[in-house]
Design a protein around this ligand. Structure first.
Ligand code: MRU
Length: 357
């Protein structure tokens, strides 16, 4: 994606350093954060400097590669095993994080060079898959389409392009008219902060709506499609995604609006039989009790927005049962949310796909 006229990926690695867009500062400041050890990359994941399924996968893969590059000779495998454990402990829900660690760890058995090669390949695959998701997703749209999306499954959540937003970017490029309803996505406001920033940057017409307003717009037939991303998809098609996704899916079904989940096959977890088996992260109550933003003097500040003395619960993800899902938009095509279709698409060879790049 282009920012201030320059082409960027959300995350990349040069030498032993991982570079990433500092997402906690957006939309107010655009800054590149550097992590020079696997430990620093883990810190970037836990503090959400980098976030979103695909970007987390790339970060975890790079962190594993950094561990191979930095492992001391006299303590080589203990260091690697500890690093693997540390990286996997950063965040539990996104499948891509574990998928990437597994692949880079396996490649690293043949040396650090192979680990780096695999981590770079994973990042390239993520960008390519996102772009293909855009191509398939855009084919669903007519000349004029309105889409509702939740959280941020755009460029910032992946290495490039994104998943839920990729069809929107592709359709716009094809000359179609698209309008996006952006759920603010409390408590961290990934929609209001990140998705809105991306769409503005790409000159896509959009409006931010309160999280509890989706039914209002869907009932008035103002939404043609709901498209969201996914953090982990079980074998039966149940989807773990940002908290609030389940509500949107139920409302969409009530009003007969197609509800699509856009995700690469690397997000499917065939070992996970159904959504109940997915570990869902809970986060600090501070994210609900306080909000961070820019004050009238232009300073970034954190203020309490909830009644002092009250506590909050902060589940970060929920699971949408497959019965609410119209289809999955993947890099290999669009499928129905059935076990057989999921198994078939996950096993289909990449080489059998006609890539655009
Ligand atoms: O907690 P986050 O910001 O890492 O949330 C994950 C997500 O970005 C969303 O659930 C998203 O919709 C799917 S991941 C592309």
């Amino acid at each position: 994606m282009k920012v201030n006229g320059e082409e960027y990926r959300t995350i990349w690695m040069e030498g032993t350093t991982v570079y990433m867009v500092e997402q906690n500062l957006l939309p107010f400041e655009f800054e590149i954060h550097e992590a020079s050890t696997y430990f620093e990359t883990c810190f970037a994941i836990t503090t959400m400097i980098v976030r979103g399924a695909g970007a987390l996968g790339a970060a975890a893969g790079f962190a594993m590669a950094q561990a191979f590059m930095h492992a001391p000779e006299d303590d080589y495998w203990d260091f690697i095993e500890q690093a693997k454990e540390d990286i996997e402990a950063t965040r539990p829900t996104a499948r891509n994080l574990f998928y990437a660690v597994e692949r880079v760890y396996k490649a690293g058995k043949n040396g650090a060079k192979e680990a780096v090669k695999e981590a770079q390949l994973l990042a390239d695959e993520d960008a390519r898959d996102s772009r293909l998701i855009g191509k398939f997703g855009a084919e669903l749209f007519g000349d004029e389409t309105s889409i509702l999306t939740h959280c941020n499954a755009g460029w910032l959540a992946f290495v490039n392009y994104g998943t839920a937003l990729s069809p929107i970017y592709m359709a716009k490029k094809d000359g179609k008219k698209v309008f996006v309803y952006v759920d603010e996505t409390r408590p961290r406001n990934q929609g209001a902060r990140l998705t809105a920033w991306e769409l503005k940057n790409e000159k896509v017409d959009h409006v931010i709506i309160p999280d509890n307003a989706a039914a209002y717009f869907m009932k008035r037939k103002l939404v043609d499609f709901v498209i969201v991303g996914a953090d982990r998809i079980a074998r039966n098609g149940d989807v773990a995604n940002k908290i609030g996704t389940l509500e949107k899916a139920i409302v969409a079904k009530e009003y007969g609006i197609p509800f699509y989940v856009a995700a690469p096959t690397s997000t499917f977890d065939l070992n996970c039989l159904h959504g109940m088996e997915i570990e869902l992260e809970t986060r600090s109550e501070d994210e609900v009790l306080y909000q961070t933003g820019i004050d009238t003097n232009g300073n970034l500040s954190k203020i309490r927005v909830a009644s002092p003395g009250s506590h909050a619960e902060n589940p970060a993800f929920d699971v949408t049962p497959s019965k609410y899902i119209t289809g999955f938009i993947t890099e290999k095509g669009i499928i129905k949310p059935y076990v057989q279709s999921i198994k078939r698409i996950c096993k289909a060879k990449r080489s059998s796909i006609n890539y655009l790049e």
